[in-house]
Design a protein. Structure first.
Length: 269
């Protein structure tokens, strides 16, 4: 069993030292095997240009990731944190998965909406799937949950757990309430989703962080836009069985074997 936690927090735009201090404090205090934080938790999101955002981004590797590694090793837990990353003159909307053994896995957001800093961030070029002490873990950032192919590809490659790091604004309620349960159920995987709250430059963020089981049922959630931490115990072995037998010989379904990949070519055009 894996004890997982999702942190729902406010993030102050262009105040990275305050944000990072809060992340490190919560990472130390949250008693769980895995602690998940929102998208761009170090910097905020509603920047207007590369030039404005660069001073508030972190290099990876770099001093802040080193601090995350120290906390993870000290407490023997994994941390997933959304970070605005800078490399040279480029910005990436990234996430790091840090293990208690000091490993750092980096994922850069690949699907970019025309909103906030994603308008000028450089997209990543691969999906985020990693072998970790918890098992095979996939990462997805915010808008990417609107694309069922992302979760499906991660699950087909063996992910038992999908981690969501998000900044869902007002108007995006369909993602946490409809799409995340669907992604969990259609792939029979666990999802731990952390979304932020607060307001930046008139944009309100809706919260609704959740932990969802492989049947698509929330086992823990926050329904409002308040700060908080949710936790749940995850039996990852449930995600390894895609076959469901309700009545032997009469009602049996297999989400992998019953697929018809030869019919899906249009999804890759």
């Amino acid at each position: 069993m894996v004890k997982a936690a999702a942190v729902q927090m406010d993030v102050a735009l262009a105040r990275p030292e305050d944000n990072k201090a809060n992340i490190l404090k919560l990472a130390r205090e949250t008693q769980a095997d895995l602690v998940v934080f929102p998208e761009c938790a170090n910097s905020g999101y509603a920047f207007t240009s590369v030039e404005e955002a660069l001073p508030y981004a972190d290099p990876i590797p770099g001093p802040f990731v080193d601090e995350l590694v120290a906390v993870a090793k000290e407490h023997g837990r994994c941390l997933a944190v959304g970070l605005l990353e800078k490399q040279g003159g480029k910005l990436y909307n990234s996430a790091v998965f840090v293990t208690g053994q000091g490993e750092v896995h980096l994922y850069r957001k690949t699907h970019m909406p025309y909103i906030g800093l994603d308008r000028f961030a450089t997209p990543g070029d691969r999906l985020g799937l990693f072998d970790t002490p918890l098992g095979k873990v996939g990462l997805a950032i915010c808008y990417e949950w609107r694309f069922p192919e992302v979760a499906r590809c991660l699950a087909l490659q063996g992910a038992d757990l999908l981690i969501g790091l998000s900044n869902w604004p007002s108007g995006a309620t369909v993602i946490p309430t409809v799409l995340l349960p669907a992604r969990a159920a259609e792939n029979r995987v666990w999802i731990v989703s952390s979304n932020r709250v607060g307001t930046e430059r008139g944009v309100e963020f809706i919260g609704r962080s959740a932990i969802i089981d492989p049947e698509g049922n929330p086992t823990a959630s926050l329904q409002g836009a308040e700060e908080g931490v949710i936790q749940a115990e995850l039996d990852l072995s449930l995600a390894q069985n895609k076959r469901m037998v309700k009545i032997p010989g009469e009602y049996e379904v297999d989400l992998w074997e019953d697929r018809c990949p030869s019919l899906y070519a249009a999804t890759a055009r």
